[in-house]
Design a protein around this ligand. Structure first.
Ligand code: HEM
Length: 430
């Protein structure tokens, strides 16, 4: 694990003994053990958010799913049911800490993830029309083609026989797929990759530089597409409307594109990276997959459970007093669903720390919360799973002798809370 950069987020660590803070180095460096210990302490544990405000961590599988299904928990703290002042929410304090320009906050606050019914339902309905399952499954041959092209060039990137899979495959594949789907020109894609890295870095200076540039860029793309519609997602978002004729506003469209492009590559890249590292460090499981490629969909379910890249959801807020697993959560309290501990909950899985690609039954039933659950269940889950299957299948087919070029414990991860991402994955192709 790289050193944790000290910044506005780290200064509160340790201020409240007994109340874990998301920035605690132990939780960041080993979230499986750290949040696992909290899970065994209880299903609902008092902790601290990044701005030091109190938060309830929900740590067990059943309780996590219960909250995500429960309409008394809201994503938007300034909704009328809660009535928090816009400047008095963890999200707004976070934006203050990051020096976020006031006039751009509307783009974050208007995101699909920050809205509840009926606004959320409307946004989700409109974007789902542009993002149909048929369209996504129809992309599979193109995803396979992009994967094959990238893999064919992988040996060219090797230095002393070693190539970084994150740099040359895990990122380029999903970023190419999502940019093609959305309609972002090829020459702009490296810039998006850099913006994505800035956003997840949690470094205030990088964030406040990149965010305005992204917003401007999307406004320009939408303007250009309005003059010449095609069949990409940008055009679909411009065309799409409800039965009553209502359309996405410009701000909603920009926010949607931003969310889809960032969520569409930053996460999937690390499903591919983490998944590859997990298979290479579990040769018995890799053998099973090589012997039976039909195992791939189940393998991806299990990799999502065991080393999925997203470790927690956005905050939820109780719209009224709620009793959860015997704990009184008061109206307005913030709740953080800890997916990483739910996915290893021994109450739900036998031998949960063991990677077992045959654990999930055949078919497509998903038995983990790596993509969330309920109304905000990941909009891109079908695409992400498809990319994971294509990427891992093609990688091990083309390079059957692939191996780690460093010891597993020398692999470095980005020290940010909530996600599990490798900085690099150095591999020997044969
Ligand atoms: C929501 C994880 C890939 C777009 C979510 C949520 C999770 C998640 C956990 C729910 C967050 C919450 O409830 O607070 C992942 C993982 C991915 C992935 C682990 C890859 C392995 C993608 C892709 C796209 C995408 C490829 C777009 C193409 C979205 C959007 C939402 C979302 C738009 C918000 C949905 C809503 O609020 O209704 N994702 N995601 N994600 N994801 Fe993904």
């Amino acid at each position: 694990m790289s050193a944790l950069p000290s910044n506005a987020f780290t200064e509160h660590v340790g201020k409240h003994p007994g109340e874990p803070n998301l920035m605690d180095p132990a939780l960041i460096s080993d979230p499986f053990a750290g949040y696992g210990a909290l899970r065994e302490q209880g299903p609902v544990v008092r902790g601290r958010f990044l701005d030091d405000s109190p938060v309830w961590f929900v740590t067990r599988f059943e309780e996590v799913r219960e909250v995500l299904r429960d309409q008394r928990f809201l994503n938007n703290p300034v909704s009328s049911a809660l009535g928090a002042a816009p400047e008095d929410t963890p999200m707004s304090r976070l934006m203050d800490m990051m020096g976020f320009p006031e006039h751009l906050r509307v783009y974050l606050l208007g995101s699909i993830l920050n809205n509840d019914a009926p606004d959320h339902t409307r946004l989700r309905r409109l974007v789902s029309r542009a993002f149909t399952a048929r369209k996504i499954t129809g992309l599979r041959p193109r995803v396979a083609q992009i994967a094959d092209e990238l893999l064919a060039r992988l040996p060219e990137h090797a230095e002393d026989g070693v190539v970084d899979l994150i740099q040359h495959f895990a990122y380029p594949l999903p970023i190419t797929v999502i940019c093609e789907l959305v309609g972002i020109p090829e020459e702009d894609r490296p810039q998006w990759r850099a913006w994505g890295a800035d956003l997840v870095s949690l470094q205030p200076d990088r964030l406040s530089r990149s965010f305005p540039a992204m917003i401007d860029h999307i406004h320009e793309l939408i303007g250009a597409r309005r003059r010449a519609l095609t069949d990409d997602l940008l055009s679909e978002l411009i065309r799409t409307h409800d039965d009553d004729g209502s359309r996405l506003s410009d701000v909603e469209m920009v926010t949607m594109v931003l969310t889809v492009v960032l969520a569409g590559h930053e996460t999937t890249a690390h499903l591919i990276g983490n998944g590859t590292a997990a298979l290479l460090t579990h040769p018995d499981q890799l053998r099973l997959l090589k012997d039976d490629p039909a195992l791939l969909p189940r393998a991806v379910h299990e990799l999502m459970r065991w080393c999925g890249p997203v470790h927690m959801t956005q905050l939820r807020y109780a719209a009224e007093d709620v009793e959860l697993a015997g704990v009184r959560i008061r109206q307005g309290d913030a709740v953080q669903l800890i997916l990483v501990s739910a996915n290893r909950d021994p109450r739900h899985y036998a031998d949960p720390d063991r990677l077992d690609l045959t654990r999930h039954p055949a078919g497509h039933a998903e038995n983990h919360v790596g993509f969330g659950h309920g109304a905000h269940y990941c909009l891109g889950a079908t695409l992400a799973k498809q990319e994971g299957e294509v990427a891992l299948g093609a990688l091990f087919r083309r390079f059957p002798d692939l191996s780690l070029a460093v010891a597993p414990d020398a692999l470095e991860r980005t020290p940010v809370p909530g996600s599990w991402r490798l900085n690099a994955l150095p591999l020997r192709l044969r």
